[in-house]
Design a protein around this ligand. Structure first.
Ligand code: 1CP
Length: 338
């Protein structure tokens, strides 16, 4: 499987790309964004998907394009209305998690523009570059679907869990199946790496961490392998603390994303040695005006990962105020590091 992963494991290549690289920090992004009033229309417009996906490759010498999409397309394809209000983030229609809901099918037809966009992107990028498709992990999707919005603590979701444990397990199971469908769809269209974002795994009550933080991801990866999906799969268990270690052994992912809060030295010593690591740079550093501060941090990561299989990346998404020249500076530092 996956000659590039083997090369990476043998430390022959040091790949780099940036989480949320296509987004709001590049001025041209806003020109593409402004073609559409509704963000989901943007995510389902073939030309805009192609343009936004390719945009960061015009500015940065990076090894991967990340498909311009959003994890909340999945609830949308399940018939839950999703809207994005400017500066307020997503808003999801309140739904009843009842028998009718459990019968709903994922409307893959809605995703046809994504399939067509993937074909086009693949024709336009070098075969040496990866195209990363992705989905939200079941726990994170459930958080948005129940809470109805972003939240600091997902109280409504956790209350729902404690009051309706059985239904919650059923919901996670349903979302797990849909994640498999969505990722397989992206893979068959041409994505060469898949990623599972568990952006709110830090909200999983400890009692349920294995049930909701590890098992669904393991099921997704194992089912994709049964379906002959052969590409590398990345997991991002955001701010999972010590659970990162168990996740690296038991989730079946090939690559584990290390967030910016985690001690990289500790993580590298303790994670499964068969798993490739990615990330850890604080994305906020890319807004910093002092280049020597940036250099110190980049070197800290490069030195710690010198003899390891590590993909250089940020430890969470780039923020809208990230500076293009800082990203370019970091890429130069990585390329010149020996
Ligand atoms: O930016 C890119 O490189 C493009 C691809 C991309 C990705 C990988 C977007 C476009 N969204 C995502 C994933 C995503 N979406 C995640 C997982 C990664 C992470 O943890 O950051 C999450 C949690 C979302 C949900 C989401 N989409 C939010 C809420 C974030 C929160 O704090 O709760 C928001 C605001 C969005 C909208 C969105 N998605 C993507 C962009 C560029 C935007 C901004 C929309 C705009 O105003 O233009």
């Amino acid at each position: 499987m996956i000659s590039k992963l083997v090369k990476l494991r043998n430390n022959q290549i040091k790949p780099k790309w940036f989480l949320r690289q296509a987004g709001r920090h590049i001025p041209e992004y806003h020109e593409i964004r402004n073609r559409h009033e509704n963000f989901l229309d943007f995510c389902l417009d073939e030309t805009s998907i192609v343009d936004a996906t390719l945009l960061p490759l015009k500015f940065y010498k990076i090894d991967a394009a990340i498909l311009f999409s959003d994890i909340l397309l999945l609830p949308h394809c399940l018939g839950q209305k999703v809207t994005f209000k400017k500066n307020l983030g997503p808003s999801l229609e309140e739904i009843e998690i009842n028998e009718e809901f459990f019968k709903r099918k994922l409307s893959l037809d809605t995703l046809l523009p994504i399939k067509k966009a993937i074909y086009k992107i693949k024709k336009k990028i070098s075969p040496l570059k990866e195209l990363i498709g992705f989905c939200g992990a079941p726990w994170t999707l459930a958080c948005y679907m129940i809470e109805g919005a972003s939240s600091k603590d997902y109280t409504k979701t956790r209350k729902f869990l404690w009051n309706n444990e059985k239904t919650y397990f059923k919901l996670i199971n349903k979302l797990t199946n849909h994640c498999v469908e969505l990722l397989e769809y992206q893979y068959l269209a041409g994505a060469t790496v898949l990623m599972i974002f568990d952006s709110w795994s830090n909200m999983i009550p400890d009692k349920y961490w294995v049930n909701f933080g590890i098992e669904p991801t393991k099921l997704i990866v194992d089912r994709l392998r049964e379906k002959n999906v052969k590409c590398p799969i990345i997991g991002l268990p955001f701010k999972s603390g010590e659970m990162l270690i168990q996740y690296s052994y038991e989730s079946s992912v090939d690559i584990v994303s290390i967030d910016w809060k985690t001690n990289l030295n500790w993580a590298l010593k303790n994670i499964n040695k068969n798993v490739v690591s990615q990330g850890n740079l604080d994305p906020v550093l890319l807004c910093c005006s002092n280049l020597s501060v940036i250099k110190d941090e980049v070197y800290r990561i490069l030195n710690l990962t010198k003899d390891k299989c590590h993909i250089f990346n940020v430890g969470h998404g780039l923020t809208p105020d990230a500076q293009i020249k800082n990203v370019q500076y970091i890429i130069k530092l990585i390329d010149n590091y020996s």
